[in-house]
Design a protein around this ligand. Structure first.
Ligand code: HEM
Length: 223
């Protein structure tokens, strides 16, 4: 018989535990303005550049993590975003997109945390993997549509490739499988491990929120 604390699937535990953080991220001034079509393309390009640092940290260690008992099952080449972000950045910032690109302090803190976990605590890395990739497969699709309409990018083309998972034929099926992997990770971890992963997930949302706040400060709504 499963222990009582395992009665709720871990995917549900994570979603429920982070729902307030999700609402806060979605309703943050920066995201609200993005969703309302009120951001300039420079702010969107900046967000894309900041995400490049985050995904580099998430993906640099992917091969090394592939054999890890907890994190390994989550490593999936079809999810990798770095190349797609680079195509978007070439479109948004030009071929020299790397020149002059620099991480905000909040972005560095986020990327550093991901890199630290990939090296030292792969189960904690899973919390970050979940927060970004499952979000990209979900709300990311709403953001894509708005970006296409607001700035006139070609549908699923340059500028929004980050949100297009070309190698994922069935996103709904992938999300179901992803949740099954989370549930299996929850069984593999003990209660303390599960609790720490939940806390790390909340931290992942907070790190995203800090990047949004810094971007909001950089691109204030003009009066
Ligand atoms: C732009 C604002 C956002 C909108 C409109 C949005 C919308 C959504 C929607 C509709 C879902 C549910 C999809 C489903 O059940 O299949 C979802 C799930 C999710 N979102 Fe967001 N989201 C936003 C921002 C974010 C951000 C900033 C993050 C984190 C960085 C995030 C992370 C997630 C995660 C992890 C899930 C999966 C929850 C689960 O089922 O376990 N979202 N989002």
């Amino acid at each position: 018989m499963p222990a009582p604390e395992q009665a709720v699937p871990f995917s549900t535990v994570l979603r429920t535990a982070s729902s307030e953080e999700h609402a806060a991220a979605e309703q943050s001034p920066f995201m609200s303005r993005l969703l309302g079509g009120q951001l300039g393309i420079d702010a969107y390009a900046d967000l894309t550049g900041q995400l490049w640092y985050v995904y580099r940290a998430l993906e640099e260690q992917a091969d090394a993590l592939a054999g890890h008992p907890v994190a390994g099952p989550f490593i999936d080449r079809a999810l990798l975003r770095t190349a797609a972000i680079e195509r978007d950045l070439a479109h948004l910032r030009g071929p020299d997109w790397r020149t002059g690109l620099s991480p905000l302090p909040a972005t560095s803190a986020y990327a550093d945390r991901v890199a630290e976990l990939a090296a030292e605590w792969p189960a904690g890395y899973v919390a970050h993997h979940y927060t970004r990739y499952l979000g990209d497969l979900s709300g990311g699709q709403i953001v894509r549509g708005i970006a296409e309409r607001t700035w006139g990018f070609e549908r699923k083309g340059d500028g929004v490739r980050f949100y297009v998972f070309e190698e994922v034929a069935n996103p709904a099926a992938l999300k179901r499988e992803y949740r099954a992997k989370l549930d299996a990770a929850g069984v593999a971890l003990d209660e303390v491990g599960r609790r720490r992963v939940v806390e790390e997930c909340k931290r992942a949302f907070a790190l995203n929120g800090a990047v949004f706040r810094a971007l909001e400060a950089r691109y204030p709504l003009s009066a």
